[in-house]
Design a protein around this ligand. Structure first.
Ligand code: SAH
Length: 216
């Protein structure tokens, strides 16, 4: 996609970021290519323009952050996306993760509980040509009207695995969820096996803003 405001300087920084993610252990070519295509600087306040491709989170207002690219890459890799899969994201935030999943060929459904972010990001994704379905609501409830999903990704630190969300995951489906333990989050994948059992695996420690139960 040729985008206004995506200059050779941004493209160069983006190539460097992709190389850095590779060095840090991201091996999935589809993930690296998708991150190499999404203009992260357009998902941030222009004040951060020169740092937009640093591997770090930034404030996006309303007390929230855009995830660090490494975290986005790890979560995207763990999802094992195949083209055409239906993916539900909890925590639209800046829209960057949703755009990466869209670039990977997923049908993306994303829910955000803060109205200001929901409104802003819905417009942004649309203006950049990312055909992502966005919803304003509580991710603990999921988006039952479009369930079931092949994949579910949670992009805020969850105190527990929301039962309602598990119910919206297809048999054979994978949920990627950062579960809060004290001050940090343990990245987990939960695979729903055909016999209904859950296969849970751990993938290291990360830091997320908390997932909240209501709008309080
Ligand atoms: N995926 C985002 C990360 C944003 S940070 C990105 O790429 O920028 C996590 C987001 O989850 C925040 O926007 C926060 O408001 C949202 N969030 C927290 N609890 C939520 C809930 N219960 N339902 C939906 N969104 C939630």
């Amino acid at each position: 996609m040729a985008l206004p405001g995506d200059t050779p300087r941004h493209q160069g920084s983006r190539r460097k970021l992709v190389a850095e993610l590779k060095e840090k252990g991201i091996a999935d070519a589809a993930v690296l290519e998708a991150i190499g295509r999404v203009p992260r600087h357009l998902f941030l306040n222009s004040a951060f323009d020169t740092h937009a491709y640093d591997d770090r989170p930034f404030s996006i207002g309303a007390g929230q952050t855009i995830s660090q690219p490494f975290t986005v890459a790890v979560q995207s890799e763990l999802l094992k996306i195949q083209k055409g899969m239906k993916v539900l994201e909890v925590g639209t935030g800046s829209g960057f993760q949703a755009a990466v999943l869209y670039e990977m060929g997923a049908k993306v459904f994303s829910v955000e509980r803060i109205k200001e972010l929901y409104d802003r990001t819905r417009m942004l994704l649309k203006s950049l040509g990312y055909n992502v379905k966005t919803f304003f609501g509580d991710g603990n409830v999921g988006v039952p009207s479009y369930a079931p999903y092949d994949r579910i990704i949670i992009t805020a630190g969850a105190p527990i695995v929301p039962e309602g969300l598990l119910g919206q995951l297809k048999e054979g489906g994978i949920m990627v969820i950062p579960l809060s333990v004290g001050d940090v989050e343990i990245m987990k994948t939960i695979t729903k096996l055909p016999d209904g059992k859950l296969d849970v695996k751990e993938h290291g420690t990360f830091r997320f803003v908390p997932m909240l139960e209501d709008k309080g």
